[in-house]
Design a binder for this molecule. Sequence first.
Ligand code: PGA
Ligand code: ZN
Length: 429
Amino acid sequence: MAGVIKAVRAREVFDEKGLPTVEVDVLLDDGNIGRAAAPGGTSRGASEAFDLRDGDKSYFNGLGVGKAIRSVSTEIAGGLKGKNALDQEGIDRLLIELDGTENKSRLGSNAIVATSLANAKAAAKSRGIELFEHLGDGKKMPISMTHVMYGGPAYVDMAGTCDFQEYALHALSAENCKEGFLATLRIYKKLHEIVVKNRGFGMPRLAHLAGKITATFDSNEDALSTLTELIEDEGYVPRRDFGIYLDIASSQLYRDGMYHLQRDGTVFSRGEMIDWLSEMCDKYPIISMEDCLYEDDWEGWKILTKRLGNRIQLVGDDLFVTNPRRLEKGIETGVANATVIKPNQVGTLTETIETIRIARTAGYGTIISGRSGQLWDPFLVHLCVGQILGQGKLIKCPIGGPNLNELTRIEDCLGDSVEYADRSILPTS
Ligand code: PGA
Ligand code: ZN
């Protein structure tokens, strides 16, 4: 029978941040191989599945993955041998059972997610179809979104940098992601001039941000007004052609029940933070905000969603951690209206797809996202297209990178049958 797992192997590789991670090969008896690695996060949500690291401080400050590799080469390889790779749900269920813990801490969610994704790739090859066709029934390209700038305490090691972690632009009137990327690049180049010439240049804390702009502005508001001006200067209409996507990553700003905005020298209570974010949304073409409040402040999120949920896409990342149960809690309690989708936060492809299904049923937006330590692997692009997620944090200035190229290839592959996600999923009015 085709698609039977013959062997599972693991090795150490390095991610985009230059940190070790576990890569897994799933080998099938029909000769096909699927390969995937676990990405690494920097501003991880506290409720994410457990990323198993060795803890030996003499090697990458404890981040070695020898234990995760052993999980794969012993228990996982033994358990999966002879199983049918085409039964992804069965494989993922087995991985969860083999681990036996609530948060995948025994075998490691890194070992498990790498195996789960590698298995899906092997299965797609065995079926002789494109990965996006294997991962879902749909075929829709996402709305263009491109990162232009970074800040925040987890990412940037410089006093005076703005407090939000990611600044991206939805290119709303662009036909496709490539056109959107090229339009965003025009704005990015002007932004680069301003930051380099007028404001000094921040040193990124992480290697994967090398060459990228850090948000060194006079205030958090100055960064937003500058972005808005640049959109207009390039001849675009804010909200019609471009909208701003912010990842506030506010759990990084939260200490002792307060939000600390070091760039502005302000300390906000929950209520003040909500007031201030609302004011920013009134003044600037902000369309989406991620992790606006602390990840366990469900009460605050409820208030925020009542206030802004009908006009802004409010996205939970550390809040939901791609976890079906946390997302269900959010839906039941009226918290946020969209979720980030990161397979490694929950640990298996099947659970990721369950979270996507729950979000879709509730009318929540879905934004696929890589981690800061990705692996030049466009798997997420295929998941985005196949599952019709419509949005993704996949492309960065100044280099579009492997995800942009893969989207272009998929468009080519689809030819005349190519379809695009409906822009009305975004609050653009
Ligand atoms: P990460 O987070 O650095 O943990 O990958 C990115 C994000 O917050 O979206
Ligand atoms: Zn985030």
